[in-house]
Ligand binder design. Sequence first.
Ligand code: MN
Length: 341
Amino acid sequence: MKAITVTKPGTMELLEAEKPEITSPDQVLVKIHATGICGSDLHVYHGSNPYALYPRVIGHEAAGEIVAIGSGVADLVPGDGVVLEPVTYCGQCYACRTGHHNVCRNLRVLGCIADGTFREYMVVPRSQVYPFDRKKLTYIEASLCEPYTIGAQATWRGQVKPGDMVLVHGAGPIGLIVADMAKDKGATVIVSEPDEARLAMAKDFGADHSINPAKDNLDDFLHELTDGEGVNVIFEAAGVPALTAHGVRLLSPAGRLVPLSFGKEPVPINFKEVNAKELTILGTRHQFQKFPQVIQLLPERLDRIHRLITHRFPFSQYEKAFALLENHNSGAGKVILTLDE
Ligand code: MN
């Protein structure tokens, strides 16, 4: 079978790999049909993900079909559609014992520490796949489950509640998904994004207000909108860490700040504001137990999913797909590789 492998940072090849086989009763063999390219795949490719080990088959956003099951698997049959859980955990460490399995100290992430989904077949434990209804979602649509779980996790971390005023910085795929999930939780959503084409999509993803901070003064806008109280939750999904520092000023008392970006540079935070308003800063990483709810939500979101997916390429044209994502003026949203050629 074929597998897209980063042999070393900066070098990616379509290599022949051995088709995996079931070796234990709890495993399933999955044929991958559609797998999305994430920003983090680009980081592993370029060597800018500190956790990545090489050579590595990348990819972690995938939907496929069960083609064989181990003797101990009773609730799936060949032909079932499944999405893959990209993280596995030890269950023993402090994080796991306190319900934060997604930051397990022995976390294994597909496409980073373990071989990922950019290959034709995978063998994983039954517990690492979630079935979806193929009458409601295609494989390509279902491949958006993983990025949606990121939004589900971030809005859960931010404790978004009905009536909250929520600001999302950035209208890339993750910013739009976070906006969508915050709206689903009953919040009033404001999206701030300097790129007009991206900003135009915000309304379709639940934004009640959208603002271009390069044109209009965001602080003044929020001050007026919230009668000077400030917004209740801020998500930084623009990849601009300085916005988190600014966020402590924009938040209301008892507000929450969720920095989604992984910028390396430290950012000075004014703890006078943090304490005066008793703010909470909540990191967010991957997700834990968010797949079932996302699989339920996704069929109602086909309009949005179709807007997020701007391009699809046959697996063999992966170089074109990556080139498109590397070009920041390409207008690419989610780019999906398909294996149904
Ligand atoms: Mn992803």
